[in-house]
Write a protein that binds this ligand. Structure first.
Ligand SMILES: [Zn+2]
Length: 258
């Protein structure tokens, strides 16, 4: 199992720091939007940054990449179809991001929707999915269509149920409030509301989640479920014949949900 720890950044971003048994002082980080907290974490434990994995071009995910590469010489991987502010090894679906010195290998999955070239990294029983899949939610559609995002979420949902899900933000409690509005009778959501509240009260992240949990609580992975479909149709005031139409309705409902 990977040793993965959060480095908090900005208001609610997580920069995930990965360690491996192979090289105890070496680390990789995912989506370093800010270099300073990463440099502090490296210094605190005398760690060496070997690699950076970036999921998409938004500044709160890649803003620290150039500074970290300059300071540490780390390799940087990023999305092939997006412009990020420094040279990266360009990765697209089907490729493998390998960090040989740490014996790490991540398969790259194309997950367009939030941004046009967003990628996720899956391996070692974990997936780093940036702003595509959140716990109990999903990213906003800034550059892609509902059909693209649904296909991207389907690709993530196809990972093994026990896969640990490392998202880019701590949005779980707000997402669960919306999930309750969509499916007020879903007991898995109610259980998770309590667990998430306890974790947050203790100052802990709610993440990682798992693919299995997300399939039970995340309305955006449940567009084909009868209760989600009927809630979406009730809000739309018309039949929604396809999973994409249901997904699009839920996504726009969430965009205005407070
Ligand atoms: Zn983003």
């Amino acid at each position: 199992m990977l040793d993965v720890r959060p480095i908090r950044a900005f208001r609610d971003n997580y920069i995930w720091m990965i360690r491996s048994a192979r090289a105890p002082r070496a680390v990789a980080v995912v989506d370093p939007g800010d270099a300073a907290p990463v440099m502090a974490a490296l210094a605190a434990d005398d760690l060496r940054l070997e690699a950076i994995l970036a999921t998409h071009h938004h500044a709160d995910h890649v803003g620290g990449v150039a500074e970290l590469v300059a300071a540490t010489g780390a390799r940087a991987f990023g999305p092939a179809r997006e412009r990020v502010p420094t040279a990266v090894e360009r990765m697209a679906g089907g490729a493998t991001a390998s960090v040989e010195s740490m014996a790490l290998e991540f398969g790259v999955i194309d997950v367009p929707g939030h941004t046009a070239g967003h990628i996720a990294y899956a391996g070692h029983g974990a997936v780093f999915c940036g702003d595509t899949l959140f716990s109990a939610g999903c990213g906003r559609l800034f550059e892609g269509t509902a059909a693209e995002m649904l296909a991207s979420l389907d690709a993530l949902a196809a990972l093994p149920e026990e896969t640990r899900v490392y998202c880019g933000h701590e949005y779980t409690e707000a997402n669960l409030r919306f999930a309750m509005a969509v499916e007020p009778r879903n007991s898995a959501i109610m259980d998770y509301v309590k667990r998430a509240a306890a974790l947050r009260a203790a100052g802990s992240p709610t993440l990682p989640s798992t693919i299995g949990l997300e399939k039970r609580v995340n309305p955006f992975l449940r567009s084909r479920h009868e209760d989600v479909k009927s809630a979406a149709e009730h809000r739309a005031g018309r039949p929604l014949p396809t999973a994409v139409a249901v997904f699009a309705e839920i996504r726009s409902w969430k965009d205005g949900f407070r």
